[in-house]
Design a binder for this molecule. Structure first.
Ligand code: NAD
Length: 296
């Protein structure tokens, strides 16, 4: 029988991802700081990441942000306290690429291999094993990672050295954020000009303004079904997480002296939303935020 795959972080994304490993015949052992998060899957639950590392020689982590990744790998009960030589460590969280590089160096010192493999695609894509993985790390190890990642995703792309997966992910999300704000303000202007929102979306989607936020994830309630805007902006991709990703874009842009005027503005807009009650709503609630702003 196969040795178990360790999975750390069974949140919105981790739970359906781990379920797809199980579906593909990989036994899974898991842990999460909130043990309740593990209840949805019937798999053995370990107390700490170190306990997972004692039993598994392949471990996937899916955590909110850089501090959680630091804790899970290098904390007092972290993976690296007990990691076995030759273990493959795959981090699918979206974090600072500098932290990915730091984790790769720390893992190498213990004889283990660390790769960054952040994902694009939301909870729906995670459930249907349709995620896109952007993978950074030593090329010789890529095939070992690919074997597991293809169980959870439709596209697995090798990007280069460790941290480049994060770089690709940060760039994608910056464009996504800009596109979502643009779509929300465009739809709002059209509605104010007397256009029916469904008709306007239809026209945009057959014209040059079309983008993912207009045709797949429209932020205006009632325009599309099965998206967070149709469900009071519940579920999906939280505004806090988008603000975090834009913060990563901003700091990497600052470090490389790269101008990102719209990315910076998008960061500010999502941060203000977080302080005005939108933190846990899906990021497409920027449409609602703009509507409330205009009433003031
Ligand atoms: P989430 O908050 O739902 O899940 C994170 C899980 O990690 C939680 O269950 C939490 O309890 C656990 N956790 C936190 N600290 C921990 C620790 N120290 N030890 C063990 N477990 C710990 O987040 P999510 O929506 O699943 O997102 C995870 C990552 O994927 C984020 O980096 C996010 O930016 C990225 N992402 C999310 C989406 C999405 O649509 N939700 C899409 C693409 C990428």
């Amino acid at each position: 029988s196969k040795t178990p795959v360790g999975f750390i972080g069974l949140g919105n994304m981790g739970t359906p991802m781990a379920r797809n490993l199980l579906k593909n015949g990989y036994p899974v052992i898991a842990t999460d700081v909130f043990p309740e998060s593990c209840k949805e899957l019937s798999v053995p639950v370990m107390d700490t990441p170190a306990d997972v590392a004692e039993k598994a020689d392949r471990i996937i982590t899916m955590l909110p942000s850089s501090p959680n990744v630091l804790e899970v790998y290098t904390g007092p009960n972290g993976i690296l306290k007990k990691v076995k030589k030759g273990t493959l460590l795959i981090d699918s969280s979206t974090i600072d690429p500098a932290v990915s590089k730091e984790m790769a160096i720390a893992a190498e010192k213990m004889g283990a291999v660390f790769m960054d493999a952040p994902v694009s695609g939301g909870v729906g894509a995670a459930s249907m094993a349709k995620l896109t993985f952007m993978v950074g790390g030593v090329e010789e190890e890529y095939h070992a990672a690919q074997e597991l990642l293809t169980c959870m995703g439709a596209n697995v792309v090798y990007c280069g050295q460790v941290g480049t997966g994060q770089a690709a992910k940060i760039c994608n999300n910056m464009l996504l954020a800009i596109g979502m704000i643009g779509t929300a303000e465009t739809m709002n202007l059209g509605i104010r000009l007397g256009l029916d929102p469904k008709l306007l979306a239809k026209i945009l989607n057959m014209s040059s303004g079309r983008c993912w936020s207009s045709d797949t994830y429209n932020p205006v309630p009632g325009v599309m079904e099965g998206v967070p805007s149709g469900n009071n902006y519940q579920g999906g991709f939280g505004t806090t997480l988008m603000a975090k990703d834009l913060g990563l874009a901003q700091s990497t842009a600052t470090n490389t002296k790269t101008p990102i005027p719209l990315g910076s503005l998008a960061h500010q807009i999502f941060r203000v939303m977080c302080s005005r009650g939108y933190a846990n709503k899906d990021f497409s609630s920027v449409f609602q935020f703009l509507r409330e702003e205009e009433g003031q």
